[in-house]
Design a protein around this ligand. Structure first.
Ligand code: ADP
Ligand code: MG
Length: 331
């Protein structure tokens, strides 16, 4: 059997002086040519795991293997990080601010064949939609454009794996979507493997082929984005992926749901607001404008429920409505 592309085998890492931090005995396999996202709340160990996959941090126990060979840690290697991988984080400090975009990328090539290097640089700039800013100084770019330069720098030497640590945090939505699309296209065209870590569903849901959910240093569950979003096995996952309402068993009863489960989870899009002759018990306390939809915060007997509404102007704060629940999850 061929060895896995990239594999962590029972890796753990505890930081000195802390008990419940780092990564606990974790196994994972990354598929080649796919985008794998590791999602978890802040402090769940995402960056620690990513650094161990890259070889920037040595595990206390266990090992990471790339194509069957153990990845060396920083103590064993002159330049930390595996040669077939590149990492991009939110910090874009290794950019040369006073050089042009072109030079920031071109300068990383070996210059044995100048024409080939120029072609490669042009192609990279095209793939990342940067032809319009080629001659700008990096210092004059927006945050999103700088992030594109950082990614171009990472990809210009054709690594097999691109590691991204919350790379789009500082990037606005439209910019982020463009960049995500371009990275997906590069993955399709070149077979690049991407591993992205994030706490933000917007960063990963539309981008990832496979999601791994990390909680307190352990992988809780994994699956495709749609599957995990629609049917998370754990309450933690639902909370990470959407702005859902979590009700206790008692609160669920108030909403007309009889269940033995300790918690009931309702996503904003699973509830309809309706006007009925009676039982319009829920008061619209707040309407939060979200651009192409609004979130209604409804309250009844001290319980607050979030509902997605795309019919603008249908309600005003203070209106009373009835609810129709179309789906819920029990934990
Ligand atoms: P995430 O990237 O998911 O936010 P990290 O991997 O950065 O999480 O950190 C996981 C846990 O380990 C956190 O509790 C963090 O405080 C702790 N930690 C991270 N780096 C260090 C370090 N160098 N020294 C001590 N504790 C650390
Ligand atoms: Mg982190």
């Amino acid at each position: 059997m061929a060895p896995s592309f990239l594999q962590a085998i029972a890796v753990s890492k505890t930081y000195p002086g802390t008990q419940a931090s780092g990564i606990k005995k974790t196994d994972l396999t990354i598929s080649q040519g796919k985008i794998t996202a590791i999602i978890g709340e802040s402090g769940s160990g995402k960056s620690t795991l990513l650094k161990m996959l890259f070889g920037l941090l040595s595990p206390d126990a266990g090992e990471v293997k790339f194509k069957g060979e153990r990845i060396w840690g920083p103590a064993e290697k002159l330049i930390p990080g595996h040669d077939a991988m590149k990492m991009v984080t939110q910090q874009t400090d290794d950019l040369n601010l006073f050089a042009k975009v072109w030079d920031n990328i071109y300068s990383l090539l070996p210059h044995t064949d100048l024409k080939a290097d120029q072609e490669k640089t042009s192609k990279m700039l095209g793939q990342l939609k940067m032809t319009g800013i080629t001659d700008k100084r990096v210092a004059d770019l927006s945050g999103g454009e700088k992030q594109r330069v950082a990614i171009a720098r990472a990809l210009i030497t054709s690594p097999e794996i691109l590691l991204l640590d919350e790379p789009f945090n500082q990037v606005d939505t439209s910019f982020r979507e463009g960049l995500q699309h371009d990275i997906r296209q590069i993955v399709k065209d070149t077979g690049l493997t991407v591993i992205i870590v994030s706490h933000d569903p917007a960063e990963v849901l539309s981008m990832a082929d496979e999601l791994l959910v990390l909680k307190e240093g352990e992988i809780l569950e994994s699956g495709g984005p749609k599957e995990l979003y629609q049917n998370p096995k754990h309450l933690y996952t639902a909370r990470l992926l959407t702005n859902c309402t979590v009700l206790t068993n008692e609160e669920a009863k108030v909403c007309g749901l009889k269940t033995k489960a300790a918690h009931v989870v309702i996503y904003p899009e699973w509830i309809e607001t309706v006007k009925t002759w009676t039982n319009n018990d829920w008061e619209i306390k707040q309407i939060l404008f979200k651009g192409c939809y609004e979130d209604l915060l409804l309250e009844h007997k001290g319980i607050t429920i979030r509902v997605l509404n795309d019919q603008f102007g249908k309600y005003a704060e203070g209106n009373k409505v009835n609810l129709k629940l179309n789906k819920w999850l029990e934990y």
